[in-house]
Write a protein that binds this ligand. Sequence first.
Ligand code: NOJ
Length: 536
Amino acid sequence: MNWYENAIFYELYLRAFYDSNSDGYGDLAGLRQKLDYLEWLGIDCLWLTPFYPSPMRDDGYDVASFFGIHTMYGLMEDFKMTVDEIHRRGMRVVIDLVVNHTSDQHPWFQEARRSKDSPLRDYYVWTNDPTKYSEARIIFLDTEESNWAYDEISGEYYWHRFYSSQPDLNYDNPKVRAEMLKIVDFWLDLGIDGFRVDAVPYLYEREGTSCENLPETHGFVKEMRRYMDDKYPGTVLLAEANQWPQDLLPYFGDNDEFQMCFHFPVMPRLYMALARGERKDIIEIMDNTPAIPEGCQWATFLRNHDELTLEMVTEEDRQFMWEFYAPDHRHRLNLGIRRRLAPLVENDRRRIELLYSMLFTLPGAPVLYYGDEIGMGDNVGLDDRNGVRTPMQWNDGPNGGFSNARYESLYSPPISDPDYGYGHVNVLVQEITPNSLLQNIRTMIYQRKSLPVLGRGELRWLIDETPENTLCFYRKSDAGRLLALHNLVDEPVTVVIPNGSYTSPLGVGEITGGGDGDGMEVTLPPYGYHWLVPAQ
Ligand code: NOJ
């Protein structure tokens, strides 16, 4: 099995993790100081969100230079030392590669907008007819009215799928494609283990289409993959493509495009199943998830640095999710919900752990979001998605142990409210408290690692024998068998397992019967779960 197929990923914002020089911003040296923690937690691979020079209008996804590091994070030497330190601990690191666009501050755009005759004009997509490509949807619905923005300087419109401060690159220009391969080369040469590739579906524009998932985009991805396989074997490409499973499948190609894709459709359905106390949404989406090529893997997640996206659900389900999880309209953003994991489920430890249990036992390699392992909260008072990007809470000291800077200098106020504040929600207190959320998540991670069937084992539902308000399934492979039981409701449920006898390495609730191979009964407490393996 390839390393990424059964790896535990951990996404973090450098800015938010740990500030080593007391300027109020997390940095690379700070991350190095916290690698012991990530190793202790059992993380296999870090994902660093963009740390390139940037005006930070989209928190670094607006790149002003692809070949550097934002001064607030440190120097290139820091980066190299950090990669070495990560590797020394047996972990790996992937970084964000923002392929679709740059910042409007990028020198390419500055030059391109200078005049219509600029030699770099064709690095971007220009028109004097802003009705072009009108079938392309607007993604940042709450802020943008069009995918075209008028450029005062050169008197034409330029194309942008995200903020207007992020002009899209023109992939029809072979020079742009060549530049991107140079960027890929530069970072892989520094020893990183791969890329989380941002906003993949939107690279090309064609009239009369949605300008998403076009064949030309797959062509470029294949080129990038070939390049990496030849020159940097063992590295990984992970796609951020927020699409339906059938549109995601082509991004794996014949394992000649991405080795991994985020499974966007399953994520909201885990929450939906909990809200409805019914398993059907999860089963439906997993049954509609096509098999992926050998050597490929889904990346699964509960939350990330963006809003909990409801793009991949029906209009009816979206309304349901908004009403259930974001009755306060301030929590709604674009087509999603800007909340962290713990507040989404009212800080209910049972539901938090149940969601993690589903994440760790369903197919895919789990990607954790920093802070969610301790149940951090969010701050709806902060703009855009900043409320879910607040400083990591290390201890109950000043600024939650994140920084020694004065509070006013911090890039963002740490969470300090009575429910989720760093006074009691922090790493230190949970490290020393048995059965804290952090300890339990760590136990799940270690259990998962000792059960290789969870890597690529096939999925088989236990439907007929079990009630609707549970999610019970087998994972099976040459590496063994695991039976996962989840209770989706706030009352006890008894599940009868017809054959075999099992022991439970992990779970909550009572197990009775079994032993003679004639089956057994498991009582799952409200929102309880069990991982069962065949008794020896
Ligand atoms: C997806 C990223 O996750 C998001 O944070 C960003 O705003 C857009 N891509 C644009 O780069």
